[in-house]
Design a protein around this ligand. Structure first.
Ligand SMILES: Cc1cc2nc3c(=O)[nH]c(=O)nc-3n(C[C@H](O)[C@H](O)[C@H](O)COP(=O)(O)OP(=O)(O)OC[C@H]3O[C@@H](n4cnc5c(N)ncnc54)[C@H](O)[C@@H]3O)c2cc1C
Length: 438
């Protein structure tokens, strides 16, 4: 340890300066609660800073949700910003947000949190590493906002592959695919984006899928698709029936292009917002292949008994939740071990001063949904001082059964769905708690 250890027991530590960490800092500031931020990268912006050490955006990355359903309500994007801005515009947006509310100076950059643990005398000890030197800092508590999309989930395939295997977390530019025979495994949002990139550079592009998907175009009736049907949510069965019909009218039937028929209803898994992938399938630039059976020397064997040669396999197989600086027992990982079991995906039962922000996956939750998580944490900390009865009532709910945040949808039992919520159900539950603490 070096001499710059600090004791600041009234100050909360914020880990990460992405959208969730900025929302944490801003809400603590609004509630008059002192904080210090720690961020591994050299500036704010989280994964939207393509140069950040844990960023998983690529050169062609743009918002998948549109700007109006994604932005922080107190900091709208200008009318001159595109509906679906690029990662560069989004980095500028977060820098601007941090500058406007004077948050930037509250973060220590190029500083990695390597351990955070409750101190036996109360409060927390946060151990950080900066330029190879470790130091310990005492804090009142910890708000963890280290992101959910940086620790690659890599499937263990049978067999060996002679070519290059690349996870999407390491993919930045399609130049690495130039002239190559490419197989992309997984057709989630990143997989589809990279497939669309690849068709302009690669010798051939195949997309291996396990199941069928629902493809939502970025524009419907001339407007960003996610700006339609805002307001009072329709009951799940009606919304599923209406939206399935609308998609059939706009994008047709993806099985025509070789995709399997989805064995689930729309919104029971995360929808794919991409129509270019269907466009390129229709132009013969891309082929859909079945699930991988095994890697096979200079190629890949598929579950239907076919085999094709490839130079590169891109694993668009998603990410694991990852909190390496915390003792796992603090987070009570759920039965299948894929996500911590937290009240409203935020509050732990282990410690009233440990909070997780941004551990949320939902269609259309946006950064405002993440901002409201931070607003709730700041409201709770303020209530411990100003309205202890309300704070205690929330603590009892944290210790009790988990509310249903599915909005009535039956989500698929996949790892990436283990912390999935319905945005309307979730935001109403969080807002109700915020109001209860006021
Ligand atoms: C290609 C792509 C497209 C996306 N499109 C959308 C979209 O359209 N709409 C949407 O709402 N979301 C989208 N997302 C999801 C994205 O995760 C969120 O928009 C948002 O970035 C989440 O913010 P966050 O602050 O929780 O996490 P991140 O943005 O991941 O930020 C986490 C920060 O924590 C830092 N950090 C991590 N570990 C440590 C440590 N130990 N010590 C210190 N600092 C640490 C990281 O350096 C990083 O800066 C997309 C993601 C990708 C990859």
């Amino acid at each position: 340890m070096d001499a710059r250890n600090s004791t600041d027991r009234g100050t909360y530590a914020v880990i990460g300066a992405g959208p969730s960490g900025l929302a944490a800092a801003r809400n603590l500031q609004r509630a008059g609660i002192p904080w210090t931020g720690y961020e591994l990268a050299s500036g704010v912006g989280g994964l939207w800073d393509i140069d950040g050490p844990r960023s998983t955006v690529y050169e062609s990355a743009h918002l998948i949700s549109s700007k109006r359903t994604t932005e922080f309500a107190e900091h709208p994007m200008g009318d001159d910003v595109a509906d679906y801005p690029s990662h560069r515009e989004l980095l500028a947006y977060f820098r601007d947000f941090a500058a406007r509310f004077e948050l930037t100076a509250g973060f220590r950059f190029e500083t990695e949190v390597v351990a955070a643990a409750p101190h036996p005398d109360g409060g927390w000890t946060v151990t950080v590493e900066q330029a190879g030197r470790r130091s310990e800092h005492r804090h009142a508590g910890v708000l963890v906002a280290n992101g959910t999309l940086s620790e690659p989930s890599v499937p263990a395939f049978a067999g060996e592959f002679d070519g290059e295997v690349l996870h999407t977390s390491a993919y930045k530019s399609p130049t690495v695919l130039a002239g190559k025979r490419v197989l992309i495994v997984g057709a989630g949002n990143s997989g589809c984006d990279i497939a669309v990139d690849a068709v302009h550079h690669a010798a051939s592009v195949d997309l291996s899928v396990r199941r069928g998907y629902y493809f939502v175009p970025k524009y419907l009736f001339g407007k960003p698709a996610d700006t339609l049907n805002q307001g009072k949510p329709l009951p799940p069965r009606i919304k599923q029936a209406v939206d399935t019909r609308v998609l059939r009218m706009f994008t047709g039937d993806p099985t025509r292009f070789g995709f399997p028929k989805p064995d689930y209803r729309i919104y029971e898994s995360h929808p794919i917002v991409n129509t270019l992938v269907l466009h390129h399938l229709g132009h013969g630039d891309l082929r859909v292949r079945p699930d991988v059976e095994r890697l096979d020397g200079d190629g890949v064997a598929f579950r239907d008994g076919t085999r094709s040669p490839y130079d590169v396999v891109v694993l668009a197989t998603g990410y694991h939740l990852h909190y390496p600086f915390l003792d796992p027992s603090l987070l009570r990982w759920s039965g299948r071990g894929s996500a911590p079991d937290l009240y409203l995906n935020i509050f732990t039962q282990a410690d009233p001063d440990l909070f997780v922000l941004g551990m949320i996956e939902a269609s259309g939750i946006g950064w405002q949904g993440r901002y409201e998580q931070a607003e709730l944490v700041a409201g709770y900390l303020r209530a411990r001082r100003d309205n202890p009865a309300a704070a205690r009532a929330l603590e009892q709910r944290v210790a009790g059964p988990r509310p249903d945040l599915s909005g009535g949808y039956h989500y698929l039992g996949l790892e990436r769905m283990s912390y999935y919520v319905n945005k309307d159900a979730y935001r109403s539950a969080v807002r109700a708690e915020i109001e209860g603490l006021a």
